[in-house]
Write a new protein. Sequence first.
Length: 685
Amino acid sequence: MTGIFRSIYSHGFVRAAVCIPSVRVADPIYNAEHTLGLARRASEMHAAVALFPEMGLSAYSNDDLFHQDALLDATVVAIGKVVEESKALTPVLLVGAPLRFEGKLFNCAVVIYRGAILGIVPKTYLPNYREFYEKRQFAAAREAVAREVTLLGQRVPFGSDIVFQASNVRDFGIHVEICEDVWTPVPPSTFGALAGATVLANLSASNITIGKADYRRDLCASQSGRCVAAYLYSAAGPGESTTDLAWDGHALIYENNELLAESTRFSADEQIIASDIDLERLAQDRMRLSSFHDTAGDYRERLREIRQVEFEFQIPEGEIGLLRHVERFPFVPNDAALRDERCYEAYNIQVHGLMKRLASTGLQKIVIGVSGGLDSTHALIVAARTMDRLGLPRKNILAFTMPGFATSDITLKNARGLMEALGTTAHEIDIRPSCLQMMRDLGHPFIGGEPVYDITFENVQAGERTSHLFRLANFHDGFVLGTGDLSELALGWCTYGVGDHMSHYNVNASVPKTLIQYLLRWVIGSKQFDSATSEILQSILDTEISPELVPHDADNNDKPAQSTEQKIGPYELQDFNIYYVTRYGFRPSKVAFLSQHAWGDKTHGGWPAGFDLAKRNEYDLPTIKKWLGTFLFRFFKTSQFKRSCIPNGPKVGSGGSLSPRGDWRAPSDSEANVWMDELKNNVPD
């Protein structure tokens, strides 16, 4: 079980390698030896596919030497050597060579696996401008008559209309194109992707000029994004002729617009880069994207002509760890500049959503409960900035802190200080008398002096706060601004109906807890408010997350008595679970595998700025499994009815929202067994 669980090939990944070998111009045997050297390294890395540069077996810069029989014959011999040695190698090899068929010379990619040639793909578009004049030597794919050719005694498919599909690995399909093909308005790989290929590979030579590397990145990123695919790219490196051109050995691996790996350019040495492609993630995205399938429908006849060449991939055995960075905080970019940009966007999405809601209602006052916790704090500063943008006084924010039986000194101090620092109309209402009356009406034992802190005791307080807020909104001609966040909605950690679950509008509804923490850090760091406000915000960030509904047993009220995260799990883990379960629909064992990779070692990179080293957590697999089980049961079994009727609020992140009017529609009475059983049966204890 452990070995299976710890292999990427058990979780929908395949390893891809892009190789930049040293070449000699017009020396195919030397080039084959160096190609095989890197192919062996890729095999030792348990790669499923290894990509090499355009015409790497002959070198690209041969010019009219391509018309020499000796060179072309030697290239075929070199292919034979690679085919023979591939019998013992793990990856599908994609190597480039000039080949003669039908009295024409084609610039080809030869697809080789375990001693067999699976197919040959000729270049579709031949550049014939500026420094390029390939039409002088080569014929384009469209000029071929045959759909099969014979090479080294094997009869194999020939053409640019081929997807190489693993019969035993779901969603592992390879499409191959060559250099210029991706520089065209409609690359052949577009049709390969629409026909099912998830791994798009480009054998390129691509000489280097100033600024060209950025353009390559843009091309590969955009093609991988449009096609919802991985895109592998290789460019010729050391050894190509520099008579008139130069070469930088650029290798790239993208997945759906995300850069996974990149080579060192202008290296004097051979290189190999590798990363793991998440086939299930690509398949999940494609399954959801109706426009992707609509496009396939528009080209139905052409796609029917694409040939599916099947092969059985021999899956590497044993433990194969993930060769890919997994962010601990999927809702919070690790890159500081990108994180600041995302925080700016999120904050302003919330502000603009609230501006529109105020304008559409014709109201100018907001009623909000301020607890001194993270969520109400962020909603309050969004409200303050909204008033600023509308040219209304912040006094139009009617902010109420409502201490109860368990309100700690620190949160009450922070709530009072924040309301004052922001210049709101601040009020304080002690809800204990109304709560006591409610419990008296119920006949609750707490009235008799018994310390019974049950769910009724807790929800009476939450309900009284919300009841006050709604009636205050009626009384003051305003509306209630909600504060609950995405993480609480996912876990059902909110009191239904007349509780923190309900409001007239909620700016935090699609913002997870971890992002709210970073939004507050961004507000502090970017000096959105004065220093006094920032000091209070920092104090709030440093305070334990708590519902503050159960009091301390002893006279110790300087900090919250309850810890939310001890009850429902660390938010940093639960937000990780939310992202991969709701955004991609991954099975629990895969989520646990990814979580262990991200959270198993605190020295692992990916900690956003603002984390003290001493506070950086790490979680072992049993802990990850425990809290993932908590999430799955609460999310799928017990809390959907709360999400089915949440108030309006703006969608903020691409990770999605849980609004029934937006990203998430689900029955309120589903079972959680299939998720719980999958976790139990496939994740080691």
